[in-house]
Design a protein around this ligand. Structure first.
Ligand code: GN1
Ligand code: MG
Length: 380
């Protein structure tokens, strides 16, 4: 077999050097020429498009799983298999609403993932041709389309008991626990980094009580626990060439949670005027037209599923998620950047500042945002 370097010199990068060629044999794939190309902009796993220019084999989406974060692997992959089985049954029925499910590719030995000699885990999916993801949303209509798919995702998963998918990352969106981790990190910062961000530390503390209310209301049973996606960044929904939302991806964090995590994460990414690491804060804010598009798309599917308490807090949920994700970025910055991929030393701090700016802007517009959510509208 020829080496990867001989075949695609321009595609080589440090992150691809660890590609284990015996993975091809394990999956009964052609061992002729192949190309491996980095795709996506996720902060956790490494993702590639694997194609075989000289063979019949269709291209595959390959992921090296970050097993420091997602562990144990059998639990992660077992959860994924359960979710995919349910979604594919639902989508094959008359009520699939044009949504597409992911399919795992199995090894020759029927394993859901492959472990290489260095202990890295890999998994494969067919590459979904003709579908695209967007880091930045282009219009209110595009936000509507992606949000509809996230809405269907919540609706389909509401047919499974939340407890059937155990938590893979405990307390993932539990704001009080995240605050405890944060305060612990503030008390022992990496290389005095706390000195560089007093305003951000103060922002966290100022809004802590308000942002914890979601958790308190869940604990009291006012907000129901649902099976949620928990990573509904807008780039985790794929749109087809006509701009129709078709497929929700990145399902590793599906677990019991609140609808506010999904709606809020969608808003903080779909309705922001800038990327989440834009360092010029003058460019960061909430775009109301995109907010409206996202809210209408989501609610066109799930309005009747949600109770009045859930609906009344959707307007605030974008502020809560921007706060929570900013809090996680800031905690990682204070701890020396062990969790998120970063490309420069202040990357996590810039992300935190960006998210706090967005959170504040959403707080400042609560009345206007609630006006899009609370009255019932007619949808086509
Ligand atoms: C991570 O992998 P990616 O980029 O989709 C993170 C999310 C954050 C997001 C912030 C397992 O998601 O929780 O919202 O970064 N995933 C995990 O961009 O921590
Ligand atoms: Mg992800």
């Amino acid at each position: 077999m020829r080496s990867l370097r001989e075949i695609v010199p321009s595609l080589m990068s440090v992150s691809q050097e660890g590609f284990p060629t015996h993975l091809l044999t394990a999956y009964a794939l052609p061992t002729s020429a192949y190309t491996l190309e980095s795709v996506g902009s996720g902060h956790i796993h490494d993702s590639f498009r694997l194609s075989f220019p000289e063979a019949e084999q269709a291209p595959l989406f390959v992921q090296r799983i970050n097993h420091r974060i997602f562990s144990p692997l059998p639990l992660l992959m077992g959860n994924l298999e359960k979710v995919l089985a349910h979604l594919s049954a639902r989508m094959a029925s008359q009520q699939g609403h044009g949504q597409l499910g992911l399919q795992l590719v199995y090894t020759r030995d029927r394993a859901a993932f492959f472990e290489d000699d260095e202990g890295n885990a890999w998994r494969l999916f067919p590459f979904l041709e003709g579908l695209s993801s967007f880091d930045l949303v282009l219009s209110g209509e595009q936000a509507f389309q992606g949000a509809r798919s996230f809405g269907y995702f919540l609706a389909f998963l509401s047919e499974l008991p939340p407890a059937s998918i155990p938590e893979i990352i405990p307390a993932f969106h539990h704001v009080p626990s995240r605050l405890t981790l944060f305060e612990d990190q503030v008390s022992r910062p990496f290389e005095g980094r706390d000195q560089t961000c007093p305003a951000e530390i103060a922002f966290v503390r100022l809004h802590a009580d308000r942002m914890c209310q979601f958790q308190h209301l869940q604990d009291q049973g006012v907000l129901p626990t649902r099976l949620t996606h928990n990573d509904t960044k807008f780039n985790n929904v794929l749109l087809d060439k006509k701009g129709i939302g078709r497929c929700v991806v990145d399902l590793d964090t599906v677990m019991p949670g609140l609808v506010h995590a999904d709606f809020g994460d969608g808003i903080r990414t779909a309705a922001s005027t800038a990327r989440e690491d834009e360092a010029d804060l003058a460019l960061v804010g909430l775009d109301r037209e995109k907010f409206q598009g996202f809210a209408e798309g989501y609610l066109s599917v799930v309005r009747d599923l949600l109770n009045p308490a859930e609906l009344s807090l959707l307007g605030l949920s974008g502020a809560m998620m921007a706060y929570l994700i900013g809090l996680r970025f800031l905690t990682d910055y204070l701890g020396g950047d062990a969790y998120y991929k970063t490309t420069y030393p202040e990357h996590n701090l810039d992300r935190a500042r960006n998210q706090f700016r967005l959170s504040q802007d959403i707080l400042d517009q609560q009345d206007e945002l609630n006006a899009y959510i609370l009255p019932r509208k007619f949808y086509s």
